[in-house]
Design a protein around this ligand. Structure first.
Ligand code: AMP
Ligand code: MG
Length: 516
């Protein structure tokens, strides 16, 4: 692998070399090495991500050492990034990479630059009171979900590997006074950059315009060069583009039923990627109010249906952070309004595309009514979102409504009134769809957009449990299924099944916390 060190070379760094918890001022990062672990054991390795890095998968026993943080290669310049963030609507001050350590930036044969970052690699100056480590269950969840998102076609960070460390890590899973030791792990994440909204907010909050300007200049030069004109930076153009990328990604989450769970501004990527997989979840019964994150159970700030609104709030925080760099901050306001329109349009259009409809202007009113009635139908009885849209593609006439039965969690609740309402909706929908295309064409279009295999919470939990016992094959098989999420194949039926009853209230399935 070939490395570069542009981040460290071009941006102001922490002059203090000591690795102890503190406020780090006037700096975008602190140089810090990973802390070694006792027994690195490579649990998963993603060959297609290795290929992005020109990394030979047969790199030998030292591979696990490098991916655990026990050994650095020539050219690696490890560091932890400084950032802040708004957590649950409140400014939290300095956060930073408390357990993530970037090993270096790889330049591949195609000239692409990929940042290699270990999560769970030990304490940094940003660890605050925590241990800098991560448990196997949450590391596995991050690896599986980021790869699943990539194969669904959704902008995301990637994951190269999962290494068990042989070091127990103490966590209180439900924050209820029952801490226990769990196996520790390190996941290696890969992305063009892990810069977040919070990376900019921290310098704006400290009124450190010089560091803020340096970071924005770096961001433009490297990722948005078309907004850099000599030394002149088109901040509004840059902001507008970040907003558009974010609007797209969040509406894509809505398409597949992904709930991020912790949309704090420190978890919002400046490249519009899905980033920081913590207590995320997949919608099983369609429910706009659902959140997997029990830490957020009372306010449900980050519930499924609120994600577009929260993205808007976060975008407004980014505007505030960039404001010191523009003569007139009001020039950013139209971009925020455009974002609001864009995400609303995307979301609506996404739902129509899921139905195989193109969303033409002349059918707007009828489409809105169709979507509103659909929302009522999907929430009247517990209906699995993934299965329902997938099976709807098979429905050619209202008489085929039984094809949807698979999606209901309790068939006994699907009474005559519901069936009648469904039949009415289907007749309207099918008539509307028939104007645009015949059934085979609609089915093909819908199946390209409505996945059959998603990283269902209970499936991942089952894999976690066997992986903790030393099994390696279940994880490999799950990753393999999730590589082809739209491609229904015989022999994979069990991965398409809706959540079993035992998983309804089981921790790790429907209830997750930030404890990871
Ligand atoms: P998250 O909720 O994972 O986005 O993390 C929020 C902040 O807490 C980030 O600054 C993390 O680096 C930090 N953090 C979370 N867990 C740990 C840990 N075990 N050790 C150190 N820092 C952590
Ligand atoms: Mg985070």
């Amino acid at each position: 692998m070939q490395f570069t060190d542009r981040f460290v070379r071009e941006l102001p760094g922490d002059p203090v070399a000591e690795n102890r918890t503190r406020q780090v001022l006037h700096a975008c990062y602190s140089r810090v090495a990973p802390t070694a672990v006792p027994r690195p054991d490579l649990v998963a390795f993603v060959p297609e991500v290795a290929a992005l890095l020109d990394l030979d998968p047969a790199s030998g026993p030292e591979l696990a050492d490098v991916l655990a943080g026990n050994r650095t290669l020539p050219g690696m310049v490890p560091y932890a990034a400084c950032y802040g963030g708004h957590q649950f609507g409140h400014w939290a001050g300095q956060l930073g990479d408390g357990r993530a350590i970037t090993l270096g930036e790889v330049v591949n044969r195609a000239g692409e630059v990929w940042e290699l970052q270990l999560k769970g690699a030990g304490p940094t100056p940003y660890s605050r009171r925590a241990d800098g480590r991560a448990v196997l269950r949450s590391s596995l969840r991050e690896l599986v979900c980021s790869e699943a998102m990539f194969h669904l076609g959704i902008p995301t960070t990637r994951a190269l590997s999962l290494v068990a460390t042989g070091e127990p890590v103490q966590r209180d899973l439900l924050y209820d006074g029952h801490p226990r030791f769990e196996p520790g792990a390190v996941v290696c994440r890969v992305a063009p950059s892990f810069l977040r909204f919070g990376s900019y907010e921290i310098h704006a909050a400290r009124e450190d315009t010089s560091t803020l300007r340096a970071l924005v200049h770096f961001t433009l030069a490297r990722f948005y060069p078309h907004h850099l004109h000599g030394e002149g930076m088109d901040i509004a153009g840059f902001f507008d583009e970040v907003a558009r990328l974010t609007a797209w990604t969040v509406s894509e989450w809505m398409r597949v039923g992904f709930v991020h769970g912790v949309m704090n501004t420190d978890n919002m990527s400046i490249l519009g990627l899905t980033i920081d997989y913590g207590p995320y979840g997949w919608l099983e019964p369609f429910d706009l109010d659902w959140t997997p994150n029990i830490t957020d159970a009372s306010g449900k700030r980050y519930r499924f249906g609120a994600q577009p609104q929260v993205a808007l709030w976060n975008i407004a925080q980014l505007a505030r952070a960039l404001a010191p760099l523009v003569d007139d901050p009001e020039t950013l306001r139209p971009c925020i309004r455009a974002f609001e329109r864009e995400i609303t349009d995307h979301y609506r259009h996404t739902m129509l595309r899921k139905l195989g409809l193109s969303g033409r202007r002349d059918t707007q009113l009828a489409d809105d009514e169709l979507l509103a009635d659909l929302g009522t139908l999907l929430t009247a009885v517990e209906t699995d979102m993934t299965l329902w849209f997938r099976r709807l593609a098979d429905v050619a006439t209202a008489a085929d409504a039984r094809a949807l039965d698979d999606a209901y969690y309790d068939l006994s609740r699907v009474g005559p009134a519901h069936r009648a309402a469904l039949a009415t909706w289907l007749r309207t929908y099918l008539a509307r769809a028939a104007v645009e295309s015949d059934h085979p064409a609609r089915r093909a279009r819908m199946n390209e957009l409505n996945p059959i295999y998603v990283a269902r919470n209970y499936l991942v939990q089952e894999v976690i449990e066997v992986t903790e016992q030393g099994d390696r094959s279940a994880l490999a098989e799950l990753l393999d299924v999730l590589r082809h999420p739209y491609d229904e194949r015989p022999g994979r039926e069990r991965y398409a099944r809706k959540r079993p009853e035992w998983a309804r209230v089981k921790p790790g399935c429907s209830m997750l916390s930030c404890s990871s």
